[in-house]
Design a protein around this ligand. Structure first.
Ligand code: GLC
Ligand code: CA
Length: 557
């Protein structure tokens, strides 16, 4: 089947547990989603991506799947999912599911079988290795020195089977052995299960990790967290495996968006360019490191230049060859206003950040709550946090840093900041649930930051997102135009233009707490330009107030 033109899409991401509780048990669910579909459509997006909604023990909140072909009972039933799917389609919204196939839950029946021994049909579904025997001292050693991405070793010993299994993430997420053709057949059946139901595509979790180097060689011993990466990222059989999955997606005209941590433009192009590409877009991480090193836990001051370098590297790098996935937030990153914006200029910086990324070339993703400017939460003790990555990092640094210092790191870095309930109104618990206790802490700023309040305010962040998404959708220049950055060295200003068939759109965004002026070289100066959008009630070309964003259009002379 022919693929739809995915390039026009903008996508709203739902992390359902915190989106909206429809049946009053304190946990977000597909009943709540159903009730909010009109709201989602009203944003002007074209698709919904659901973070995993499958049965899961929630060691990593759904990214540890225990059954690929069902719905988590907390979220509803298959029937309820079909209702959501059907209604979403009626509203013109595509539905994209998370496909988590690098690993399963350790409670997945395949793993439960695989543990039992070396001679059952599932024994080779995972990556098992014998312990390396040591002469004296400890009984045995890990099969290699790889670290898990959630800190600690990437191997766990299973006493039942007497072997170690590989887990690149938490120990409850054993990696599947993708070299086993039966595993790949299972995955294809999973894809067909959802595609037959009418799902429009997949966001494919850490998909560039699924092919491991057969010998699993040791990585650099001094490199924490990512030392095994050269042997599992973009691995030897990755193109073949993805080609097989692509063939299934093609039958249905489905879209495929891959997540690719630590990638670069060159590797990305292998996947996303050309007619025979194996993925349509890649979710890369470069621009999420403008205030940190490798992970948000290793925080440093925000650098606009670092952000712009990352933006432009991908805009120029994929130009004419591939299509970008544009995002500032998702369930893995703290809230962007708290990171790259300013709480003092909350509304201005929230809208400025929107303008900074929504008009680049690519498909924009908006994460639940981002469109109303939700901010990070600050809990007192590590026990209150639930995210396995936060907890492991906190523990890993215990010898090196004080408790206070580590809590500061958690406050700026925890993925839990993106996982607090969506703030719908100023009703108790932000209108997220009618239960007395929601499953997780509500950010106490909900009386000021909530959907209902922003609905009524024409200048709100919410309504800015609506205007911006509508503008993008209605403009071929913003959809398809070439990207060009001005003043790349400025530490206070981000400016880029998009050009298409003689039309130019200029996006000017201040990242500064004070007023500033700007001037373009004569040849680019937008004579007679029309203001398309701004986040202040008026706008003058050449001057910017704190976090002011302006979008101008004109025709080239
Ligand atoms: C991806 C997901 C993240 C998860 C990890 C392991 O990065 O987005 O939430 O923890 O993969 O599945
Ligand atoms: Ca519920």
């Amino acid at each position: 089947m022919e693929q739809f033109d995915f390039r026009r899409m903008s996508i709203y991401q739902i992390w359902v547990r915190s989106f909206c509780d429809g049946n009053g048990d304190g946990i977000g669910d597909l009943y709540g989603v159903y009730d909010k579909l009109d709201y989602i459509a009203s944003l002007g997006v074209d698709a919904i991506w659901f973070s995993p909604i499958y049965p899961s023990p929630n060691a990593d909140f759904g990214y540890d799947v225990a059954d690929y072909k069902d719905i988590h009972p907390d979220y509803g039933t298959l029937e309820q999912f079909q209702k959501v799917l059907h209604r979403a389609h009626e509203l013109g919204l595509k539905v994209i599911l998370d496909l988590v196939i690098n690993h399963t839950s350790d409670q997945h029946p395949w793993f439960l079988e695989s543990r039992k021994g070396r001679d059952n049909p599932y024994s080779d579904y995972y990556i098992w290795r014998d312990p390396i025997l040591k002469r004296r001292g400890k009984k045995h050693k890990l099969p290699n020195n790889w670290s898990s991405q959630f800190a600690g070793p990437a191997w766990a010993f299973d006493a039942q089977r007497g072997q170690y299994y590989l887990h690149l993430f938490s120990k409850n997420q054993p990696d599947l052995n993708m070299d086993n053709p039966r595993v790949r057949e299972e995955i294809r059946a999973v894809m067909r299960f959802w595609l037959d139901m009418g799902v429009d595509g997949f966001r494919e979790d850490v998909i560039t990790y699924i092919s491991k180097h057969r010998d699993l060689p040791n990585g650099l011993p001094w490199l924490p967290v990512i030392n095994g990466m050269p042997y599992y990222k973009d691995g030897p059989n990755i193109m073949r495996f993805l080609g097989e999955y692509r063939a299934v997606a093609r039958e249905y005209g489905a879209v495929q968006i891959g997540e690719a941590p630590m990638t670069n433009v060159k590797s990305a192009l292998r996947y996303v360019s050309g007619e025979d590409r194996v993925l349509d877009m890649l979710i890369e991480f470069d621009h999420m490191m403008a205030d940190c090193f490798l992970t948000e836990y290793l925080h440093h001051a925000f650098s606009l230049r670092k952000l712009k370098r990352a933006f432009s590297r991908w805009q120029y790098g994929l130009a004419g060859q591939g299509w970008n996935a544009l995002y500032l937030e998702n369930h893995d990153h703290p809230r962007v206003i708290s990171r790259y914006g300013s709480l003092r200029f909350w509304r201005e910086s929230g809208t400025a950040l929107a303008a900074a990324y929504l008009f680049q070339q690519g498909c924009p993703f908006v994460y639940q709550g981002q469109e109303i400017g939700m901010t990070n939460i600050k809990l007192h003790s590590i026990e209150q946090y639930l995210d396995v990555a936060s907890k492991n990092l906190y523990a890993m640094f215990h010898k090196r840093e004080s408790q206070e210092k580590r809590m500061q790191r958690i406050h700026v870095s925890s993925r839990d900041s993106a996982r607090t309930p969506v703030q719908w109104s100023d009703a108790p618990n932000a209108g997220f649930t009618t239960a007395a206790e929601p499953w997780f802490y509500v950010n106490q700023n909900y009386p000021e930051i909530n959907v209902a309040r922003e609905e009524d305010d024409p200048d709100s962040i919410l309504n800015f997102y609506r205007r911006a998404l509508a503008l993008r959708k209605g403009s071929d220049t913003l959809l398809f135009g070439d990207y060009r950055e001005f003043f790349p060295r400025s530490a206070s200003l981000y400016m880029y233009e998009r050009t298409w068939r003689g039309e130019r759109v200029l996006v000017v965004v201040s990242f500064w707490h004070f007023n500033q002026r700007w001037r373009l070289p004569e040849a680019h100066f937008p004579q007679g330009a029309e203001l398309l959008l701004s986040n202040y009630p008026d706008a003058a070309m050449g001057t910017l107030r704190p976090y002011e964003a302006q979008v101008w259009r004109w025709r080239a002379r």
